[in-house]
Design a binder for this molecule. Structure first.
Ligand code: NAP
Length: 309
């Protein structure tokens, strides 16, 4: 065991098993010491049913990662920050903008690190695309994020409840890339939200946005896509067309695919967390969450047929 971060993980579910456990295992300077989950247990670590029990039983912990659905994130983050631990938030960092602002203030008061992770920003092609775009002028952007919710989110009732984000759960990944690659501030102009009659969250959404310099951004999020899935952002610029595909992991200039490094979103995020925790730094960008909040604020609601998993 290293002298670095001693981590406790909360919410041992799909993303924790798929991404967090392997990424933690390959990151220097951080060790998984304990897990708090109501219905699951981690191998080779201390296990607890909730965060309070974990903090009491494993006082050596100095960092906590929160991998539950967003509705449960705030209370747990307050508990962990109040106990003086560095905190890593899965995306989205909270169910509301104001609660994340409160967490920033609390982390600052406690002198600990707070990391709002946006995993898609660490996709293999995003940094290169951002740097290329910075050398030219954007004319327009089109985002198409279309996937099959039954394939990607089976048996996740929280995602359809208030605060569960619905199609904005994947859509916020597109918005996190958008707000990373556009050099100036993005603002939302209008939105439509298609909400199944038996749900609190949308299954489809369209957003009209603009960049600070006035370029139009048209966005479609749809969870009813069977067959080929799309996670594409097309940026028309004065220097030609740039396309980010596969959630930011591939990029093309015109038809020519550009080289990228290995795909390692979660290991890169854990390296970042270890780094900022060493300086008690806060890395929380609210821009993607603010755009989702704005869409819920001004969006026109369209009732659609009931959704059954
Ligand atoms: P999940 O498997 O449904 O939930 C994770 C764990 O959280 C569950 O196993 C459960 O553990 C606990 N949990 C569930 N509902 C809860 C509630 N209402 N209150 C407290 N704890 C609850 O979800 P997930 O797919 O891992 O997603 C979790 C977060 O990661 C979401 O914010 C999501 O946007 C993000 N994320 C997911 C993916 C993905 O591919 N799934 C990718 C990137 C990011 P216990 O019952 O054992 O406590």
């Amino acid at each position: 065991m290293s002298d670095g971060l001693k981590l406790g993980l909360v919410g041992l579910g799909k993303i924790a098993r798929d991404q967090h456990l392997p990424a933690i295992a390959k990151t220097d300077g951080i060790d998984l010491v304990a897990v708090a989950s109501r219905n699951a247990k981690g191998d080779g670590v201390a296990n607890y049913s909730d965060l309070a029990a974990m903090l009491a039983g494993s006082p050596e912990l100095n960092a906590i990662v929160l991998c539950q659905p967003p509705q449960a994130r705030f209370e747990a983050a307050v508990t962990a920050l109040s106990a003086g631990k560095h905190v890593f938030l899965e995306k989205p960092p909270g169910a509301t903008v104001s609660e994340v602002e409160a967490l920033i203030a609390l982390a600052r008061k406690q002198g600990v690190s707070l990391f709002a992770s946006w995993h898609s920003r660490y996709a293999a092609a995003v940094a290169a695309a951002r740097d290329w775009i910075a050398q030219t002028t954007i004319r327009s952007i089109a985002i198409s994020w279309k996937e099959d919710v039954r394939h990607w989110h089976p048996g996740q009732p929280w995602i359809w409840e208030a605060g569960g984000f619905g199609v904005f759960d994947p859509g916020i990944n597109a918005l996190s890339i958008l707000t990373e690659i556009v050099p100036d501030r993005v603002s939302l102009l209008s939105a439509t939200l298609e909400v199944p009659s038996n749900c609190q969250a949308p299954i489809g959404a369209t957003l009209t946005m603009r960049t600070g310099s006035g370029a139009a951004i048209d966005t479609v999020f749809d969870w009813r896509q069977t067959g080929p899935q799309s996670w594409d952002i097309i940026v028309e610029t004065e220097a030609g067309t740039l396309r980010l595909a596969e959630g930011g992991n591939r990029w093309f200039l015109g038809d020519a695919e550009q080289p990228v490094g290995a795909e390692e979103e979660y290991p890169a995020m854990y390296r970042r967390f270890v780094d900022i925790a060493g300086r008690n730094e806060i890395d929380v960008d609210l821009a993607p969450l603010q755009l989702v909040a704005d869409a819920f604020l001004c969006g026109r609601h369209i009732a659609t047929e009931a959704f059954h998993d």
